[in-house]
Design a binder for this molecule. Sequence first.
Ligand code: ADP
Ligand code: MG
Length: 391
Amino acid sequence: MTDNAELTASFTELYGTAPEGIWAAPGRVNLIGEYTDFNDGFVMPLALPHAARAAVARRTDGQLRLHSTDVPGGVVSLRVDELTPHSGHGWAAYPAGVVWALTEAGHTVTGADIQLTSTVPVGAGLSSSAALEVVTALALNDLFQLGLSAPEIAVLGQRAENAFVGVPCGVMDQMASACCTEGHALHLDTRDLTLRQVPFDLAAHGLKLLVVDTRVKHALGDGAYAERRAGCEAGARALGIGSLRDLPYEGLDAALETLAAAGEDESVVRYVRHVVSDNHRVEQVIALLDAGEVRAAGPVLTEGHVSLRDDLRVSCPELDLVVSAANEAGALGARMTGGGFGGSAIVLVEEAMEDTVAKAVSEAFTAAGHAAPGVFPAVPSAGGRRIAPAA
Ligand code: ADP
Ligand code: MG
């Protein structure tokens, strides 16, 4: 599904009426600040050019009809007033969850025909799910004139994923998809959702940020996320603070000693060290970007990876291989991005080194017996928006 005219034609053929508009919402990579968003911490994602698009028309009969051009199978037909959390529906639970969250919040959605199509790789840690939620919420917000702001749309998408689909994610992915702007990374404080667009003009500095999709997803991921989350909460409790955000980096060593002395689990000590140091790394990277020292952010990215690998232990051999192969080939720095256990890594490189580094990573994968990774540049792109007027 390449252009909007095609999507319009496809929608019209499917539902027998033209869409009222087309909306888009991107996937994202996170530059720095991982597993910090459920600790009230800082994150710094940027939107990818890859995006989900939704062609949508309102209905007045309470029917919700959903179709994705990317999955086999026909239209999923549901009733708005019968949507129930955790009731299956496969991929359709993401857009249906948005409608449910809207009605739960007191908004009136009288039904809709929705066709989705996306260029965000699925399950690659690039937030194809958030893109789907945000694009659906954007479209319904416009069409039903609900007056929601971009951050409100993001929170609603998170609620859909947490409470309806049943995935315990933080708010970063939806905020990135809803609020990022072209040429910027988004400095987001997940405590109060204050945000700042930080200029991230890679081209002006002769740099590229590569995304390397390992194309693996280890099953371990789901349980591990909940375990890390519980461990971080236990750490905050033991330190007598509301969340790990409240522990300043300067107090980290003393806090780790306190935890160890209190007989806290060794894993909790490691998780606390990761979260507090990664919050600090977000601040370091922001200071570097603001000072125009983009190259110097590279080693901070690699430090973040080491912390995710050794302290949080959410990396995997494929992600570690991207980082080591890229850095050995002359990259400025690299790290896994997203939840880990597969998915994608990012690599900061000199423009002139892009091919050398990409080749080195691919060759390392071949030598290790892994399937070839997907490699593409992350161009900081626009967040969710309406892209076509009424057809
Ligand atoms: P990620 O968000 O990292 O890509 P998730 O597991 O959170 O991975 O979300 C992937 C799920 O989102 C898919 O399994 C599918 O249910 C849904 N999804 C994503 N993109 C599409 C699409 N284009 N069409 C239908 N469902 C999609
Ligand atoms: Mg997701």
